[in-house]
Design a protein around this ligand. Structure first.
Ligand code: RAT
Ligand code: ZN
Length: 434
């Protein structure tokens, strides 16, 4: 039997080591393997060259979180949004670097993330010049670079977000049947229009050979179910997901109730796939900002409670964007074993909020949560997102283990390793398999 850890220093050291050594299974990202970079013909027959795999210093600096931040200091009256987005990537990065890194200290979490990433890659930016980093990235082979980043971030599997209603993404899956075969990446079928815009979803599915009408009649149910099964199989999706606005309600008689009850949930149950809901994002508050345009709003936890209660055969992942929803969501998870709360999403992915939310979740739910996902859009971001989160999760765990040690409970290194494995890896994998 291994000896008990009793001192705060021994506990902190053991927790830090256990977290560093434990590979993460990252349950939600917007990352893609190199196979998604091949140019494919789009719906109009033109070749669409835009690859989906984003990586390197210019992509890191032009992350949409930083585009929002640079528009705080150089407003659109000085640099119109369209003009910015029409600039070459490197010029966009130069603009952000100048205003957010050189003319003021880069202390926001998104700025700091760029610097942690470059540092952990071993790149020297002490002269604040981007040229050496650009040169270094230009020499990397994309596929080998995926391995390198996964090794540094200690991530053993990357979960993608595969939006089937995005033509560019859909055409890639149709053009290359082996596009999803990279064993480092797993697919997730993302179907926002099913719940946010059924008329468009129905119209598109009809065009694609799955006839659906605007009303949810029996034929439409059959056809939409077929569509879901078809894409789950094609992508080998490990779960099905949506992002929903703050106004989303279940059980209030909206058309989306039927889509849930008759289409999505039966197919998920039949395939034993969890349904993930990310709730609280109001799209397009300032549309010209594109990916950076979205706002946060308070969501309705009761709708999630109703779903978990009325569909005990279904498994649900849920995360919410508003800080004010976090406590109620934790309490909801205490009531339902078929609900797993995950991640500190987007505007919550900041140290003070991760600390607060992780503490509360562990106090209310013990080790039965998935404390974080990266939401990385740029491959290299895995490095900083997981580095920063591991440190924050570690501080919370060390406090909790110290409280435990003070009760006289024997705590071993093996116990800590087991718990950390649950948090970073097995809670996700086991819920998928359950
Ligand atoms: O975090 C993000 O980058 C957002 O833009 C969204 O992609 C969000 O995470 C989502 O999955 O909808
Ligand atoms: Zn996301």
């Amino acid at each position: 039997m291994s000896s008990s850890l009793t001192t705060p220093a021994a506990i902190a050291q053991t927790v830090t080591r256990a977290l560093a050594d434990q590979p993460v299974r990252d349950m939600h990202t917007h990352l893609y393997p190199p196979s998604f970079c091949t140019p494919v013909a789009n719906a109009t027959g033109k070749t669409d060259p835009a690859g989906f795999m984003l990586w390197g210093v210019d992509e890191l600096i032009t992350y949409h979180y930083l585009i929002a931040e640079v528009y705080r200091v150089v407003p659109a009256t000085q640099l119109p949004y369209e003009q910015f987005f029409n600039m070459p990537k490197s010029a966009q990065a130069d603009h952000i670097w100048k205003h957010l890194f050189i003319e003021r200290s880069p202390i926001s979490e998104a700025c700091r993330g760029v610097l942690t990433t470059l540092q952990k890659l071993g790149l020297d930016i002490s002269d604040k010049s981007l040229a050496p980093a650009r040169k270094w990235f230009a020499q990397q082979d994309p596929s080998q670079y995926v391995d390198k980043v996964m090794e540094i971030a200690n991530v053993d599997s990357i979960t993608m977000t595969n939006a089937v209603f995005d033509d560019n993404e859909r055409n890639r899956w149709l053009a290359d049947k082996s596009i999803g075969a990279d064993p480092r990446f797993q697919a997730v079928l993302r179907i926002d229009p099913f719940l946010c815009d059924w008329p468009t979803a129905a119209k598109k599915m009809t065009e694609w050979g799955f006839p659906c009408s605007q009303t949810i009649d029996d034929k439409t149910v059959e056809s939409a179910r077929k569509f879901l099964r078809h894409w789950i199989d094609l992508q080998k999706a490990i779960y099905v997901a949506v992002s929903l606005p703050p106004e989303f309600r279940y059980g209030a008689g909206h058309a989306s109730d039927k889509v849930f009850e008759r289409i999505i949930l039966p197919v998920c149950a039949e395939r034993n796939l969890p349904f993930a809901m990310m709730i609280g994002c109001r799209r397009g508050a300032n549309p010209p900002l594109r990916d950076a345009a979205d706002m946060v709003g308070l969501a309705d936890v009761q709708s999630v409670v109703t779903l978990c209660r009325d569909f005990p055969q279904n498994k649900f992942f849920c995360t919410m964007l508003a800080r004010e929803n976090q406590h109620e969501l934790c309490v909801a998870a205490r009531k339902f074993g078929n609900l797993v709360v995950f991640g500190c999403w987007w505007f919550l992915n900041n140290p003070s909020l991760i600390d607060e939310i992780t503490r509360m979740r562990i106090e209310l739910l013990g080790l039965s949560v998935i404390p974080q996902h990266s939401d990385a859009r740029v491959l290299d971001q895995l490095i900083y997102k997981w580095d920063h989160s591991r440190e924050l999760i570690g501080a919370v765990l060390a406090d909790k283990y110290n409280d435990l040690a003070r009760t006289g409970w024997p705590l071993s290194e093996a116990d800590i390793k087991r718990d950390v494995k649950l948090l970073l890896h097995d809670n996700f994998v086991d819920f998928l398999a359950r």
